[in-house]
Design a protein around this ligand. Structure first.
Ligand SMILES: [Zn+2]
Length: 251
């Protein structure tokens, strides 16, 4: 397929114009015109670029791309090496941040719910953009320690942090990645538990003082699934080749 075709399709599919974000969503670095193979990954780090280029990617699609608001505007060092590699090899880079988090079927939040079997996810409406925090009522209550165990089993890693009194959980809320700041919104909405990727010092006090169970399951670990699902969707829709490359990240 042609790059412009992919660009138009993705911008529309992920409704990028409707969501305010801290980085440009969609095409970030222009490469060759024709795309046969897509590589997906969580973050456009040097190792992902190298492996994608070795595996003959024409386009790399990531959740964490470049050009974040407030970052230095000068191209040097790490940033120069990454951009140079892409430009030298004429490979396209697409990044989808919040539009991918919130997509109702293929997004990070939706895919985490799918992996964890959390039923009928719906957006927590007190938080914007809609869908950045999702909630679900479990079909039967589950103890907090059982929740911790199943997160570890399904994500294949130890939790960073689990704050609870082994209380029964029924109404849960979650936000993949660095969503710890939303714990108060989840508590205010009456949720029994909040699950995200990272933890901050104040998150612990929020959990303890509001009696909401809290689980930090890894930023990378909770955000592997959206971009992978997007790549699989494109392969099915357009017959392009797709490979997901997981660059391990303990954070
Ligand atoms: Zn993230």
């Amino acid at each position: 397929m042609k790059r412009v075709e992919l660009q138009t399709y993705l911008n529309d599919f992920l409704a990028v114009d409707r969501i305010k974000d801290y980085c440009p969503n969609g095409l970030q670095v222009e490469g060759r015109e024709h795309i046969h193979k897509i590589v997906t990954g969580v973050t456009a780090c040097q190792e992902l670029l190298e492996r994608a280029i070795d595996n003959e990617a024409d386009a790399i699609l990531v959740h964490h791309g470049y050009f974040w608001k407030g970052e230095p505007q000068v191209v040097q060092g790490m940033k120069k090496r990454r951009l140079q590699l892409l430009l030298q090899h004429d490979v396209n880079l697409f990044a989808f941040h919040l539009p991918l988090d919130v997509h109702r079927r293929l997004g990070n939040n939706a895919q985490l719910a799918r992996l964890m079997d959390w039923p009928d996810p719906s957006p927590l409406l007190s938080v914007e953009p809609e869908g950045v925090v999702m909630c679900s009522e479990l079909s039967h209550s589950e103890s907090a320690s059982a929740m911790a165990q199943s997160l570890e089993a399904k994500l294949g890693r130890k939790l960073f942090c689990a704050i609870h009194d082994d209380q029964p959980l029924r109404n849960i809320a979650w936000c993949t990645g660095g969503g710890q700041g939303f714990i108060d919104a989840a508590a205010a909405a009456g949720c029994d538990a909040f699950i995200t990727g990272e933890v901050s010092e104040q998150t612990i006090h929020s959990a303890r003082e509001q009696g909401i169970a809290f689980f930090a399951a890894g930023h990378h670990a909770t955000e592997r699934y959206g971009i992978k699902a997007l790549g699989e969707h494109l392969a099915e829709q357009f017959g392009v080749e797709h490979e997901f490359i997981d660059i391990d990240n303990p954070a």
